[in-house]
Design a binder for this molecule. Sequence first.
Ligand SMILES: Nc1ncnc2c1ncn2[C@@H]1O[C@H](COP(=O)(O)OP(=O)(O)O)[C@@H](O)[C@H]1O
Ligand SMILES: Cc1cn([C@H]2C[C@H](O)[C@@H](COP(=O)(O)OP(=O)(O)O)O2)c(=O)[nH]c1=O
Length: 204
Amino acid sequence: MSGRFITLEGGEGVGKSTQARRLAEALRAQGHEVVETREPGGSPGAEAIRALLLEGGADRWGPGAEALLFAAARADHVEKTIRPALAAGKWVVCDRFLDSSLAYQGGADGLGQEAIRALHNVGSNGFLPDRTLLLTLPADQAAVRAAKRDGDGADRIGARDAAYHARVAQAFRALAEADPGRFRIVDASGDAESVTARLLAALA
Ligand SMILES: Nc1ncnc2c1ncn2[C@@H]1O[C@H](COP(=O)(O)OP(=O)(O)O)[C@@H](O)[C@H]1O
Ligand SMILES: Cc1cn([C@H]2C[C@H](O)[C@@H](COP(=O)(O)OP(=O)(O)O)O2)c(=O)[nH]c1=O
C-alpha cells in the first residue's frame, strides 16, 4: 500500500516546523509509519543546496538561479527520500514543498506560476502532495514568533522586507483558493496543541 504525502506551508514563523513535528507524532500514535522531512533539504544533496540558498549575502543569487536551485533540491528530495518512503507505505510530513516556490519565487519574486511549474515538471515530473495544509497567521503575530526564534539571525530569504512577505502570504492564499481539492487553510493562532487539533481535523 502506498503512503500519503502531506505538506505544511505558510510564511515565516507561523509554526510549520513545530506543527510538522507534532503532526508526525499524532499520526504515529494513530499507527502510521511517518517520515518527517523539510525543504529546502530532506536528502543529503538537497541539504547541500539548502546551505547555498540560505547562507550568504542578499544578492548571492538572482530570482531565476534561486528558483532553479530550489527545483534541483526538490528533485533530489523527491527521488531519494519522498518517493521511496511512500512506496514503502510510509506517510511523509514535509515542512514546505512546491507551493513555497510558487509563493516566494513565482509570486513575490514575480517569476510566475508557469515558470515554477515547468521547473517542477522537469525536476520532479510534476509530483504533488496528497494534501497541503496552509497555516495562516496575521503578519504581526508571525513576525513576533519568527523574531523570538531567530533574533537577528534570519536567513537570506527570511530577512526580506515586510512587503515581500506580504506578497508571499497573498500568493499562498491565492494558491489555496485556486485548488481547494488539495489545500486546507488552517488558522495557526493560539497554542500549539490547538493548532495540531485543527490540522488533524483538516486531515480527517
Ligand atoms: N502556537 C504557537 N504559539 C506560540 N509560539 C509558537 C507556536 N507555534 C510555534 N511557536 C514558536 O514560534 C517560533 C516559530 O515557530 P516555527 O515552528 O519555527 O515556525 P515556522 O517553521 O513556520 O517558521 C518558534 O520559536 C516556536 O517555538
Ligand atoms: C522550499 C522553499 C523555501 N523558500 C524559503 C522560505 C524560507 O525563507 C526559507 C526556508 O527557511 P526555513 O528556515 O526552512 O523556513 P522557516 O523560516 O519558515 O522555518 O526558504 C523559498 O523561497 N522557496 C522554496 O521553494
